[in-house]
Design a protein around this ligand. Structure first.
Ligand SMILES: Cc1ncc(COP(=O)(O)O)c(C=O)c1O
Length: 422
């Protein structure tokens, strides 16, 4: 991705806006996104897929801010959702439900009902029991349910074990052998419409080959179904394209697209891809302020006002984000950990890094934080979640106000009645 975050004469910018001016206006911690970076990446993927009949369904979980969803909808994206909450976001922005796929191993009856009422393209079904429930709810609501089966292709992909999903040991999808029996069962139902096959083999995958193997596996299964007279329209390859956090080689969209073109040429299938991280990850940073520089006998710590409640990825996956001073100051570099204010040893944003001189009051930017940043944020330690700002050229606009402690307290207390069961 072209970098829309850059250092010019010792000062960091998002597009044409100095990050320091955003911190001044909106405070810290704040997520800052570049509109041009998000749109540029969407168009790059679109361009690579030219000549393939494909629908790009942005995976809402990566970053579900309404303004960003609207931006991608206007650019022509469909969406991949995993909850009724994400569906409500799409309804709020007026997204076309016929371009929405619903993934996830634990869809509830209420969520299935909401998606049937909305008229989504298809449920990516993950078990025999879920298929039974979708059929029952379709009957109850007198609706036809579009379905595809998420198969677990048992493909190994080099990534963190917590974000690998395509092996037989994982909870996701059904084995290809079971899929055949389920399709036969679904084909016999007047309430279910077989639309496709789906898979999602993991996240932050940097090599093309695992995707190529997963597609080949789906084509093989689709061929067997076809031989039985069961025709499908869609092959959903999921998301998972890796991005550059530090020194990774960027994912080669052109190589993936060349394989897809070769294998899908002349076929009837429409391809769906579900990228999340690849569209928004490099397009965002988390802006934080240094509170203290603390020196223990063994180590130096830069204590900042953002922690694992704002950006969980380092604590959860040991992920590596670059940390840069927003304004460079004179002085020697030091080895240090960048840590948050939370009472957990895992509350770090970077460990054992060579960092330029920093002092209390300085600003830092944690780079490549646009995906699974805000969307994984929590209120741990009763911390209000950060603000979000979208930059377009010379303009920075707030797209989510900072939470307040009052927001947190509003859902609690002696006067709150129990929720009726749903
Ligand atoms: C079913 C499904 N599709 C798409 C994605 C998006 O993955 P990524 O952000 O790595 O592209 C995920 C992520 O967990 C997923 O579970």
């Amino acid at each position: 991705m072209d970098s829309f975050f850059s250092e010019q004469a010792g000062e960091w910018f998002c597009e044409a806006v100095p990050l320091a001016s955003i911190a001044e206006r909106f405070g810290t911690p704040t997520y800052v996104y570049s509109q041009a970076a998000i749109l540029g990446q969407f168009r790059r993927l679109q361009g690579a897929l030219e000549g393939v009949a494909a629908l790009i369904c942005y995976s809402v979980k990566a970053n579900s801010n309404l303004r960003i969803l609207r931006l991608l909808r206007d650019a022509g994206a469909g969406f991949d959702i995993v909850s009724a909450g994400e569906l409500a976001r799409l309804e709020r922005i007026g997204a076309d439900p016929r371009q929405v796929v619903f993934s996830g191993v634990g869809k509830t009856a209420a969520e299935i009902d909401a998606a049937l009422a909305a008229g989504i393209l298809m449920f990516n079904v993950e078990s025999a029991e879920e298929l039974g429930l979708i059929e029952a709810r379709a009957c109850h609501l007198d609706r036809l349910a579009g379905i595809s089966l998420r198969i677990n292709p048992d493909v190994e992909a080099a990534t963190h074990p917590y974000i690998a999903t395509g092996r037989a040991i994982h909870k996701f999808g059904v084995p290809p052998e079971e899929a055949l029996a389920l399709y036969r069962r679904a084909a016999a139902s007047p309430l279910l419409r077989l639309r496709g096959l789906a898979c999602h083999i993991g996240s932050q995958i940097l090599q093309v080959d695992p995707f190529a193997r997963a597609l080949d596996e789906m084509l093989e299964l689709a061929g067997r179904l076809r031989a039985e007279g069961l025709e499908l329209d869609y092959l959903d390859l999921g998301g998972g394209y890796g991005i550059r956090y530090r020194r990774e080689e960027p994912f080669d969209f052109a190589r993936l697209a060349a394989h897809l073109r070769r294998r899908l040429e002349g076929s009837r299938y429409r391809l769906i891809v579900e990228p999340g991280r690849a569209l928004v990850g490099e397009a965002g940073v988390l802006l934080a302020r240094v509170l203290y520089v603390k020196r223990n006998p063994a180590k130096r710590f830069i204590v900042v006002d953002a922690g694992m409640s704002d950006l969980l990825r380092p604590a959860l996956y040991g992920s590596q984000h670059e940390v840069v001073p927003v304004r460079r100051r004179a002085g020697p570099a030091h080895r240090a950990d960048v840590v948050g204010p939370i009472c957990e040893t895992a509350d770090f944003l970077a460990q054992d890094r060579e960092l330029p001189e920093l002092a209390g009051g300085d600003l830092v930017a944690i780079l490549t934080a646009g995906a699974y940043g805000y969307s994984l944020a929590s209120n741990y330690n009763s911390r209000p979640r950060p603000a979000e700002v979208l930059v377009d050229g010379r303009t920075a606009r707030p797209i989510r106000r900072r939470e307040t402690v009052e927001d947190l307290l509003a859902t609690e207390g002696d006067q709150i009645g129990g929720d009726a069961p749903r």
